[in-house]
Write a protein that binds this ligand. Sequence first.
Ligand code: AMP
Ligand code: GLY
Length: 415
Amino acid sequence: MKILVVGQGGREHAIVWKLSTSEQNHIYCAPGNGGINDLAQCVEFKKIEDLIDFALKEKIHLTIVGPEVYLADGIVDEFEKHGLKIFGPNKMAAMIESSKVFAKLLMAKYGIPTAKFEIFDDPNLAHRYVSKVEGPIVVKADGLAAGKGAVVARSKESAHKAIDDIMNRRIFGEAGKRVVIEEFLQGEEVSILAFCDGKTIIPMVSSMDYKKAYDNDLGPNTGGMGSVAPCPFYSEETAKYVYDNILAKTIEALENEGIKYKGVLYAGLMLTKVGPKVLEFNCRFGDPETQVILMLLKNDLLEIMQATVEGMLNSCSIGWLDEKAVCVVLVSGGYPDAYKTGFEISGLEKARKNTVIFHAGTKKINGRIFTNGGRVLNVCARSQSYEQARKIVYDTIKHIHFENIYYRKDIALNL
Ligand code: AMP
Ligand code: GLY
């Protein structure tokens, strides 16, 4: 099988790694990175049409899309117009992530549990609303903002500032034409990803990511500094509730709206005292959740993806290793703000059994690996306990060096 994976982060490396365990697969990755390069043929591209030309020329059997931007831009619709098979939701379905207004209105209409909210397209009305409400609130840009579009405002000043930044200064561009202002929720956060073929939805093992830059959940939000699977706070009872009241209900709601959702549906949930509520939906695999999830997947990933695309998920039985997986993200010092890249990385050969080092922002030049982004490497291990997996990860990290390396020391601590 010829497979094309689109993307260049740790998530895509994990997908390529899992697919590469099946020897019949010939994998291409566009554009890929320094680590993906060992398992797949990396291909450069500028626009979606270049990928279509490539897929037609190489007779690619299945294309798998990592990042949300391509899905929101309609890569699936374009591929399907050319008769090409592709894993991911189409442009309409991707709105569940690309428009928070769309997602919130859908949840409200169908009674899917989420934070109470108001929508504004006029900054003056948003300011007026904020002056009236008490306590912390959350201000969210409607559109895609690379994971930075949600501001938890603990004071009125920060809420007003968020409205100005998003709607007047347009720091996220057109994504800030509208905002959702919602109730602040408290509890443990969990990421539930599910395969979905439009009718059947099968949840993956639960997971959680560590979003804050510094230890003890301090500092700015990032794309993710670590992850674990399964999530220790997610009971079977909660899973049943989430399946019935959130996952299945969302797919049904979309179907009712005339939208067939195919691909991965990612529900970011807050486990509140009164039950799980949706913080956000993503239309794709999470990063760095995918890294730990795929380390525990027993099945052939390609078979599940093909069944998803063909609408045959009901014939799949998906199994997970009864182990714990831990991922620590090594970043360039300064991330998520300004950082330098281009430093050589050493010690990558030290990974042991059941340990994988996924590359995120790396580049291979003449056989040597250099830093090439904020999130650089994802060091992952699986074992019988969180503690053991965590120890393997941090022992591996001791051998890895690059200038200005930074990582959290408390991933999977005390779970
Ligand atoms: P989002 O982009 O909507 O997932 O928000 C990013 C992060 O902001 C979430 O992972 C939460 O940590 C936090 N967050 C979002 N919405 C809320 C909320 N209603 N209450 C508390 N925290 C939230
Ligand atoms: N880890 C959060 C995300 O993928 O959006």
